[in-house]
Design a protein around this ligand. Structure first.
Ligand SMILES: *[C@@H]1O[C@H](CO)[C@@H](O)[C@H](O)[C@H]1NC(C)=O
Ligand SMILES: *[C@@H]1O[C@H](CO)[C@@H](O)[C@H](O)[C@H]1NC(C)=O
Ligand SMILES: *[C@@H]1O[C@H](CO)[C@@H](O)[C@H](O)[C@H]1NC(C)=O
Ligand SMILES: *[C@@H]1O[C@H](CO)[C@@H](O)[C@H](O)[C@H]1NC(C)=O
Length: 827
């Protein structure tokens, strides 16, 4: 019966379609999860059971929200029901005619029994293309794709992420007239052409009706939706709109009603230049996109503005490129007014999260004016056959999913429009913040000097899938571009992993690009760890990952650029100027904060495992950041495999306990950090075979001197006489505790941080008491109490403070906390 009904629907649609001029040979509209058909506009979405023959799924789960739980705006009948997939599932639609086809996926999350679709994460594939990757729809979303398929079968596969389910509320598959997408388009940034478009898979990112209302599939011959352009206008006050739908004509050849309906061509957004012949500004639309892809941009024009065909002459830009100088529509349309015209352009691979289209006056025009009637932005499948979102700009883990949807927000139902309005603003703000962050934190990760890595086997048991971090992927061409094609003269470091190049992204962000040696098992595992760690952990004292590239067997990591390189390079072995004691303390404090955050800042404790002065970098303000997470592991509570892991890390910094027992804890990092503290104080390599035997190993030698109270005799000669004895004593004690034989006897990074802050206070208090300095004695008054400061008491207070807000703490100067504590202790 269901089958009979769909034939009937097909015939009816055929009739309707014939009157439109285009008959989709193939058309499947499925109202997933529903026991009845739903009619939307002129399209009948058939009941789920009528489409069951196309579906292969491990279990039949038909979800019906009770109507009441659907909120006001989500009035599409398609959203009321869904199909849930609790394992990989696929639809196979028989395709009768080769060529371009729409795939539209409708999502609306609700809770059904014990399936909470709001938290579902899944991927969707067609035979040729990854459509969505680890996607979590938030609210009503309709994703539209168009793919070129051969006669035979079109498979659409749903794959739930681990411990999750997939779902879909409705599916559309329908033939598209092949003429809709021509094979070639102008490259906007050069005089070249992009060819091969007709074979491409595309995703609609934006489809806008300039100066008019939402146009739904009811008024579109190809079942498309067109959103109003208002929310995308950069400066709405510069624009005005005009409408004359009945006047619209289509030329013989070129644009047709299938290109865009009269409701789109018959309205426009134009320069608000009325009455001011001196107007000279652009009207600009910003469209959010996923960086890392090329886009097809289609501009629709129809002169419903001018009184005479020769009146309109204007300029059109995409981003900063002029794509039409002195565009005179009349010459393209044989002098006819109100006639539809469109043009296609292809962008280069974008490294920014938006693309803009601007129109502005031409000096050749008698009166300044410019208009645009419609705009479509379509993402082109990348070299990995994926259309799934990618954003090379780091996003904070908690907001990542939101962004994905907003960025990719496509054509939607009216609900989606409301969302666009609200979310678009949020999105813009967030993107801006991110851009600002990646610029102000400017800066690098150089692993100077090769690591002396011990151990030969690498445990692959805990490797993570690079694929789960799609959002950081950068196309190879963009990396080539940024590094002047890996210009040897741009190399700023060489490490065990490979070479590090300085580079600059299109938007001017300076980056450090670490290019791995050809894939080795070990390199690949470390590459993945680094991506996984850096994309999860963001902190001002950890070097930020901007992106990575794993195309063509490459292992490339792109970091913020750190102007001043490694801490090691400032201590010895280079001719960089020597750092003062206060600067060194501040660097140690910054690094300690970064490590403290790793150990405590997230649900999982993370052990860095390769703490050394070559892995602590400094930016242009000498702010320290911890780098190189290639060896990191999550802490013992969660990772029971730590015992069997081969010993890794760098010689001279290795925790003896870890070495003996292969027991991995945060305290191993504390040990290594203790070695760094002595290195900073003494400014010599941790292993120096040229020295007499007892001095070769810095950790041993410094500990010997510290225990004998002779630390002052081995400090960096540049610091002699510049460190206040109290500060040195505190610093020495702290380093000594870090190097305790047994992990349990070592302080936590939080304690270390606290003690280093204290050492800094002691140094500064002295300077401020110095009669030569006529500053206030705010810190001087600390001294009496500070002398009796009891380590145990203070750590508890700090711990409380920090657990409540680790992130906040990192930004706050500890001296404020210090004085508060001192005051309360003084009572
Ligand atoms: C859309 O189509 C309907 C019916 O076909 C019509 O009543 C309506 O005016 C159209 N809307 C626009 C904006 O043209
Ligand atoms: C939808 O159907 C109505 C009547 O059935 C028809 O007049 C209209 O042209 C159709 N709309 C489109 C876009 O085909
Ligand atoms: C319009 O935008 C383009 C591209 O950004 C720019 O080159 C041009 O100067 C702008 N024109 C005006 C009048 O602002
Ligand atoms: C889009 O990018 C330009 C730089 O190319 C920037 O000035 C603008 O603020 C960006 N807009 C959004 C919405 O991110």
């Amino acid at each position: 019966m269901g089958f009979g009904f769909s034939i009937w629907a097909f015939l009816l649609l055929n009739l309707v379609c014939c009157s439109r001029g285009f008959t989709p040979v193939d058309q499947f509209y499925v109202n997933c999860g529903s026991s009845s058909d739903a009619v939307v506009g002129n399209i009948t979405f058939i009941a789920d059971k009528s489409a069951a023959k196309y579906l292969l799924t491990p279990q039949e789960i038909l979800a019906d929200s009770n109507l009441n739980s659907i909120t006001r705006a989500d009035d599409s009948p398609l959203f009321r029901t869904a199909r849930i997939f609790n394992g990989p599932s696929k639809y196979t639609f028989p395709i009768r005619q080769s060529g371009r086809h729409w795939i539209r996926l409708h999502f609306y999350p609700f809770t059904y029994q014990n399936y909470d679709m709001k938290t579902a994460s899944f991927s969707v594939f067609s035979q040729t293309t990854t459509l969505l990757s680890n996607f979590t729809p938030k609210g009503a979303v309709v994703r539209e794709y168009s793919v070129n398929v051969e006669k035979g079968d079109l498979v659409i596969a749903f794959s739930p992420s681990s411990n999750s389910n997939a779902y879909v509320n409705a599916i559309e598959v329908a033939s598209v007239p092949d003429e809709l997408i021509a094979d070639a388009a102008q490259l906007y940034s050069s005089s070249g052409q992009f060819t091969g478009l007709s074979a491409q898979s595309l995703q609609t990112v934006a489809r806008l009706n300039m100066g008019g209302p939402f146009v739904s599939l009811v008024n579109d011959t190809l079942g498309r939706n067109w959103e109003p352009d208002g929310p995308y206008l950069k400066q709405p006050n510069l624009a005005t709109s005009k409408s004359n739908i009945p006047a619209v004509q289509y030329p013989n050849g070129g644009a047709s009603a299938d290109t865009a309906p009269p409701t789109v061509y018959g309205t426009c957004t134009k320069m608000n230049s009325d009455g001011d012949p001196t107007s000279n500004f652009n009207v600009t639309w910003d469209i959010p996109v996923d960086p890392g892809f090329q886009y097809l941009i289609r501009l629709h024009f129809c002169d419903i503005v001018s009184a005479s065909p020769t009146d309109s002459v204007f300029d059109v830009y995409i981003d900063t490129y002029i794509v039409y100088q002195d565009l005179e529509l009349s010459t393209k349309l044989y002098g006819k007014l109100a006639t539809a015209f469109y043009a296609d352009f292809v962008t280069p691979v974008l490294d920014r999260p938006n693309v803009s289209v601007s129109i502005g006056p031409s000096p050749r025009s008698s009166y300044p004016d410019a208009f645009l009637n419609g705009l479509e932005v379509m993402k082109i499948r990348n070299s990995e056959d994926s259309l799934a979102g990618a954003s090379i700009f780091p996003s904070f883990p908690k907001s990542k999913k939101n962004l994905g949807i907003i960025v990719g927000l496509s054509v939607g139902v009216p609900v989606a429009l409301i969302l666009v309005g609200i979310l678009f603003c949020m999105h813009r703000r967030r993107k801006r913040q991110q851009l600002k962050l990646s610029k102000t934190w400017v800066p690098i990760s150089v692993n100077g000097g090769a690591s002396h890595t011990m151990g030969s086997k690498y445990s692959t048991g805990t490797t993570v899938s690079v694929g789960s971090n799609m959002s950081y992927r950068i196309p190879f061409v963009a990396v080539q571009d940024a590094t002047n094609n890996f210009d040897e003269s741009w190399v700023i470091g060489v490490g065990g992993f490979g070479k590090v190049y300085k580079g600059e992204l299109h938007d001017g962000t300076k980056v450090a690009v670490k290019r791995g040696n050809p894939r080795s098992q070990q390199g690949l595992a470390e590459f993945r760890t680094e991506i996984e760690m850096l994309s999860q952990f963001r902190h001002r004292h950890l070097v930020s990952l901007i992106g990575y590239c794993d195309e063509k067997n490459e292992m490339i990591l792109v970091y913020e650029y750190m102007e001043n390189g490694t801490v090691k390079s400032h201590l010895y072995g280079s001719d960089l100027p020597s750092l003062g004691w206060k600067e060194r303390l501040e660097i140690c404090i910054g690094a300690a904060r970064g490590l403290h955050y790793l150990h405590t800042g997230d649900a999982k404790a993370v052990i860095h495992r390769d703490v050394k002065s070559a892995n602590i970098l400094v930016d242009e303000n000498l702010m320290a950041k911890v780098a190189d997470f290639g060896l990191s592991k999550t802490g013992p509570e969660l990772d029971q495999t730590h015992v069997s892991t081969a010993v890794k890390g760098s010689f001279g910094y290795l925790d003896p306990e870890y070495f003996r027992r292969q027991q991995l804890t945060e305290k191993s990092d504390v040990y290594s950090f203790g070695v760094v503290l002595f290195e900073v104080l003494c400014a010599r390599p941790v292993i120096d075979p040229s020295l007499p035997r007892e001095k070769v190993n810095l950790a041993e030698w410094a500990m010997k001197c510290q225990k004998k109270g002779q630390l002052d005799q081995i400090i960096d000669p540049n610091l002699v006489g510049k460190i206040k004895p109290d500060s040195l004593r505190k610093f020495g004690e702290t380093a000594e505790k870090c190097l305790a034989d047994y992990g349990v006897d070592r302080p936590s990074m939080g304690d270390v941080l606290w003690n280093l802050e204290y050492a800094l206070q002691l140094q500064e208090a002295v300077i401020q008491n110095d009669p030569d300095e006529n500053s206030t004695n705010a810190i001087g008054q600390l001294s009496p109490q500070v002398g009796e400061f009891n380590h145990v008491e203070t750590t508890t207070s700090v711990a409380q403070f920090e657990t409540s807000s680790v992130d906040d703490l990192s930004g706050v100067s500890m001296s404020r906390v210090f004085s508060q504590l001192v005051k309360s202790e003084g009572r």
